[in-house]
Design a protein around this ligand. Structure first.
Ligand code: ADP
Ligand code: MG
Length: 295
């Protein structure tokens, strides 16, 4: 059974006013437990609107959403429970840090869930460890931290509620390249170690290509592609037409192929590209060798 299922969801901002915007168009998808999903699309494609449906913050204009098989729009459904099960880290989450110190900030969620102070603190420490914030910062004001550290604290705040699904809306926005790589590595590690279902929202293929199991591409409120990264990048020309680029490696591999090198164009990371080029080189070399032997 999938952990989340979205069925023919439409969403209109300002429904029945003169300013209607259809932000989601017949979106259907299923997310199995433990999957690491990248949700990609350029600005305004509906990513943030979609993820806010997944924890009930926005209610679909039409369609259904199921969490662990249950219809979240069902009469007796517990929306509060859903919000703690589907943890949503907003874009620029550091804007919502407010407690006096890091540890108190991360304790806020579990305390709100009704846990005792000790239990909440235990959860908070565990969550901070999971996102790689070291103990020396626990007593600091969240506002003294670097951009990347603040973001980790905000993610820990959601993790401390022990969600089943973790959704991160553009977690790399505004970070420098090092901060971006650090946070993505940390999220990947978290996914590996915890087995959490993770949905990572991004407008950059380059960012997420090497991490996720699956990419869902949104365009103008609809799902354009939904497949494994390699499969999605095969459509690099169509992606370009909607303002999204495949990872640079994809272009390099296609160019090599066009120039007659028999490389695997599905390579998406630098590491894979290296292997593909070496292997194509060897193949060429071996067959040249064989030909010589045959003469
Ligand atoms: P993304 O996260 O992919 O950038 P959004 O889900 O934020 O996309 O936006 C999808 C569409 O809905 C866009 O056309 C955007 O302008 C519109 N939209 C988003 N939020 C609101 C809102 N609060 N009121 C009206 N329109 C909105
Ligand atoms: Mg957004």
């Amino acid at each position: 059974m999938s952990v989340l299922k979205v069925e023919h969801v439409n969403y209109i901002y300002g429904a029945e006013t003169a300013y209607e915007i259809q932000a989601l168009k017949d979106v259907s998808l299923e997310i199995p437990k433990g999957q690491f999903v990248g949700l990609i699309g350029h600005t305004g494609s509906g990513k943030s609107t979609l993820i806010q449906h997944l924890n009930g913050l926005i209610r679909a204009t039409s369609g259904h959403i199921y969490f662990q098989g249950q219809d979240i729009y069902g009469a007796h459904y517990n929306m509060k429970e859903l919000r703690s099960q589907v943890g949503l880290v907003f874009q620029y989450p550091e804007h919502q840090l407010f407690e006096i110190d890091v540890l108190s900030d991360v304790c806020y969620g579990p305390k709100n869930q009704g846990l005792t102070r000790e239990e909440a603190e235990k959860r908070a420490r565990e969550a901070l460890r999971m996102v790689g914030v070291s103990e020396e910062f626990y007593g600091h004001s969240p506002f003294e931290l670097s951009g990347g550290q603040k973001r980790r604290v905000a993610i820990a705040g959601v993790l401390a509620m022990k969600p089943e699904v973790l959704i991160l809306d553009e977690p790399t926005a505004g970070l420098d390249p090092k901060g971006r790589d650090d946070i993505l590595d940390q999220i990947a590690k978290l996914h590996q170690e915890s087995g959490l279902t993770v949905i990572l929202v991004s407008h950059s293929m380059e960012d997420i290509a090497k991490y996720v199991d699956r990419i869902i591409v949104m365009n103008q409120g609809a799902v354009m592609f939904d497949a494994a990264p390699k499969e999605v990048f095969r459509h690099y020309k169509e992606l370009e037409q909607v303002g999204l680029a495949a990872p640079q490696v994809t272009y390099i591999m296609h160019r090599l192929k066009e120039r007659g090198m028999d490389v695997d164009t599905d390579a998406t990371t630098v590491e894979e590209a290296k292997e593909a080029i070496v292997s194509a080189w060897k193949k060429k070399h071996d067959s040249a060798g064989n030909r010589c032997e045959n003469v």
